[in-house]
Design a protein around this ligand. Structure first.
Ligand SMILES: [Zn+2]
Length: 278
């Protein structure tokens, strides 16, 4: 089982990561959540941006927002990943150890990031499945924010407890989103917050201008990422230990059409809650 999956049901033991996560924004809209969806092209930014993606597991960036990341790197923005765990539980292979799986997931994540044009991949290597939004995690993310100084931070929605009628969100996703948002504000902003980072490590406070929250049931930005959908799929295929049969996986991903699109006239979207803080 993938550690990053939304479980369909207890008896569903297929690897559900791709279809479940990729369909999340569409599912959210289908629930009738009232939102103000505006096409907001990232190209409105005045110049190249530093974008830091903070998510729980290797493969989360690609599943949640891989096409958007491809679009951003293609536009000249600098994208870096900070993965909080190394995905060391997501296997049904009884001969697999967490140590070996961690190494595999690191390599797969670096390969997937390279497909998307991501500049840097960092791992905090918290144990998969046990992530909690405590002060240690908040401090570690705050350290990365102050080191990397992002203009934009991408994470996931800690309020997404379940999707529709048959899926639970992974607790690591909720913990990652909560800790990342808490690190953006106020921890990274104020030098007396985790004063040891400023006093002992000489890390100055940093204000992140925007936060883009993926995996949300209340998006306010929906990007048309049709041009980057195949790149997203190619990146996801680098997660070989997660995707199963490649051809079946590709077909599932291509079926994740935006509302109103058809296989003959495909269109794909990724949705976010965009918060402009500064
Ligand atoms: Zn995950």
């Amino acid at each position: 089982m993938s550690s990053s999956a939304y479980k369909k049901s207890p008896e569903d033991t297929s690897e559900p990561t791709a279809q479940e996560l990729a369909s999340l924004p569409v599912e959210a809209e289908l629930q009738g959540v009232e939102t103000q969806i505006k096409p907001t092209p990232p190209e409105e930014w005045p110049g190249p941006q530093r974008i830091l993606v903070v998510l729980a597991h290797p493969d989360d960036p690609e599943f949640f927002c891989g096409a958007t990341i491809a679009r951003w790197t293609r536009a000249g923005h600098l994208v870096e990943y900070c993965l909080l765990t190394c995905g060391d539980k997501g296997s049904s292979d009884r001969s697999m150890t967490s140590e070996n799986l961690c190494a595999i997931r690191h390599e797969e994540q670096r390969n997937a990031a390279a497909v998307l044009g991501v500049h840097n991949v960092m791992f905090l290597d918290y144990p998969d499945g046990y992530l909690v939004p405590d002060l240690n995690l908040r401090r570690d993310i705050t350290r990365v924010i102050r080191q990397r100084k992002p203009d934009i931070l991408v994470t996931c929605d800690p309020q997404t407890l379940y999707i529709g009628d048959n899926r639970l969100n992974h607790p690591d996703h909720r913990a990652a989103g909560q800790a990342a948002l808490d690190a953006v504000y106020p921890a990274a902003r104020d030098h007396l917050n985790f004063v040891e980072l400023w006093r002992d490590e000489r890390l100055e406070p940093h204000i992140t201008r925007e936060v883009w929250v993926s995996g949300t049931t209340s998006p306010n930005v929906r990007l048309d990422v049709t041009d980057c959908w195949d790149t997203k799929i190619r990146a996801l295929l680098e997660h070989k230990s997660q995707v199963g049969d490649p051809q079946a996986f590709i077909e599932r991903m291509r079926s994740r059409l935006a509302e109103g699109a058809t296989p003959e006239n495909p269109r794909y979207e990724e949705a976010f809650r965009r918060l402009i803080l500064g």
